[in-house]
Ligand binder design. Structure first.
Ligand code: SAM
Ligand code: DTB
Ligand code: SF4
Length: 315
């Protein structure tokens, strides 16, 4: 993978006066993207809960007592119905997420059928299935997959406090497989997990240092779910100033000028004014629909109302 961008340089962007940072982000945004267009992706959890991994933020880890019940992989028909509904509501991409460490070959075969069927509806396709083994990214590509989502989650220096069941390098290896197969890369992280500003800068440096840079960068704000270790750490108290979240979006925009920056988990909790600032800071993609994987998201109607207020249009 590519060279890591200088963390000091990214940190210096974070330290700019807020207005200077946002103006610069908006200028970069306008050089590379339509100023008022937002791309809409809808998520579906095709396999919920019971995950063997220990990601400290995640309600789907079997070892966390979040109340999420482990379910089987959804049937093809259920997935196709959800994709059709997403398309009818205006989404252009359909992202299928599974609570796996990685797909077993017999499960992957069923996901390939889902990818073929969703693609046939005329939607862009995305999957997030965990770590991939040799050949799996190619199989997904051949079935018609456009994007694979796999996040770095946080800075290498902070990562060990959040996840122990897979290494940072494992994530980079999966991203290499995805890239080598010719799939578009969707890779981002989560902020608000108690990391320092320097560690947020290090996450962005890591993402921007991927070569080539990801086509899509989800910036998630931690959704604190009861029963997860990070909820136990912060007890629902937000660990991040909302304006620092806006800064993170702006720095992502400046350092990854061509990427779609996706305002991802935590959008409901941010509220309209903070979301509006994020759009100004260069966010141009969202998860659209009233559910993420297991947690809530603003419903489509309230997103459409916010777009109308801001003069934004679906891309
Ligand atoms: N199991 C697969 C994996 O981890 O690679 C795919 C699904 S996993 C739920 C996808 C991503 O969702 C995680 O990498 C993480 O960035 C994000 N995520 C999970 N729980 C979250 C939470 N509570 N708040 C914010 N983002 C979260
Ligand atoms: C990403 O970066 N965020 C999405 C998507 N990729 C798969 C997932 C957010 C999950 C939030 C917690 C939940 O709903 O379970
Ligand atoms: Fe499993 Fe993915 Fe949740 Fe980690 S983030 S516990 S791998 S579903």
């Amino acid at each position: 993978m590519g060279q890591r961008l200088d963390v000091d340089a990214v940190d210096a962007l974070f330290a700019l006066p807020f207005n200077d940072l946002l103006l610069r982000a908006q200028q970069v945004h306008r050089e590379h993207h339509a100023p008022n267009a937002v791309q809409l992706s809808t998520l579906l959890s095709i396999k919920t809960g019971g995950c063997p991994e220990d990601c400290g933020y995640c309600p789907q880890a079997a070892r966390h007592h979040s109340g999420v019940v482990g379910e089987a992989l959804l049937d093809l028909g259920v997935v196709v119905d959800a994709a059709r509904a997403a398309k009818d509501a205006g989404a252009t991409r359909f992202c299928m997420g599974a609570a796996w460490r990685g797909p077993k070959d017999r499960d992957l075969a069923r996901v390939l059928d889902m990818v073929r069927a969703v693609k046939a509806l005329g939607l862009e396709t995305c999957c997030t299935l965990g770590m991939l083994k040799d050949g799996q990214a190619e199989a997904l590509r051949d079935a018609g997959l456009d994007y694979y989502n796999h996040n770095l989650d946080t800075a290498p220096e902070f990562y060990g406090e959040i996840v122990s069941t897979r290494a940072y390098q494992d994530r980079l290896d999966t991203l290499d497989r995805v890239r080598d197969a010719g799939l578009a890369v969707c890779c981002g992280g989560i902020v608000g997990m108690g990391e320092s500003r320097r560690q947020r800068a290090a996450l962005i440096a890591q993402l921007a240092g991927l070569d080539p840079q990801p086509e899509s960068v989800p910036i998630n704000h931690l959704v604190q779910v009861e029963g997860t270790p990070l909820h136990e750490r912060f007890h629902g108290e937000c660990a991040l100033d909302p304006l620092e979240f806006v800064r993170t979006v702006a720095v992502a925009r400046i350092t990854m000028p061509r990427a779609m920056i996706r305002l991802s988990a935590g959008r409901r909790e941010l509220g309209e004014p903070v979301q509006a600032l994020c759009y100004f800071a260069g966010a141009n993609s969202i998860f659209y629909g009233d559910r993420l994987l297991t947690t809530g998201n603003p419903d489509a109607e309230s997103d459409r109302a916010l777009f109308a207020k801001l003069g934004l249009a679906p891309a």
